[in-house]
Design a protein around this ligand. Sequence first.
Ligand SMILES: C[S@@+](CC[C@H](N)C(=O)[O-])C[C@H]1O[C@@H](n2cnc3c(N)ncnc32)[C@H](O)[C@@H]1O
Length: 232
Amino acid sequence: MIHFVVLTLFKEMFDGFLNSSIIKRAIESGKVDVKLVDIRDFSDNKNRKVDDTSYGGGAGMVLMAEPVAKAIDYAIKILDTPKYEVIYMSPRGKLFSYNIAKEMSDKFVDTSYIVICGHYEGIDERVLDEYNALELSIGDYVLTGGELPAMVLVDCVSRLVSGVINEESLKDESHTNGLLEYPQYTKPQKWRGKEVPDVLITGNHQNIDKYRKEESLKVTMKNRPELLKKEK
Ligand SMILES: C[S@@+](CC[C@H](N)C(=O)[O-])C[C@H]1O[C@@H](n2cnc3c(N)ncnc32)[C@H](O)[C@@H]1O
């Protein structure tokens, strides 16, 4: 079972995610475990305040080091394993990718993941240093909080865990082999005058593979030509 502990100020944001579809089934079948920890539970303030103004000035608030550190210590305690990685979802981070997700899902047998969701201006840098947090970004844009990025990470890594989805579905998927996926079609064979490509209904798998490879190259060239130049 892969273990995640997610530290957040907004646990309720995960309700729909953890209670729907493939992730719900993966949790129910014991392949994935996601625990949510409310950083406010570790505030030493009667109003559960966990943020303060930024040294040096600036508009936004910053999450204080101590409540975040205590939440991480609690996560380490409930994971009960010496091998864990602390990840901070952050627009400053290394770009999250299929390769990083694959590495994480391959390592999960002996490594658990503590995922911190920032909010407001972010988190006091010292707590990130203290726990040697790996910063991961889900894209070159800024969101209001780390909850959606944490869900992206948990979803993407979990679906690569053996048995969470049909292994066949992972084959040829976009980004798995440096290419984007070929177009997909389902019934009916004719829809609004548009036919499914003939080759897909011939049953000739060699021709189908060839057609799909060509379409993959075409779509990659059109949408993400830089992927074709990347070294494998
Ligand atoms: C408004 S953002 C803070 C942005 C920060 N002041 C900066 O400029 O880097 C609040 C939180 O949302 C999360 N976040 C926002 N965009 C993200 C992204 N692209 N990837 C991962 N996390 C992100 C982070 O946890 C961050 O601490």
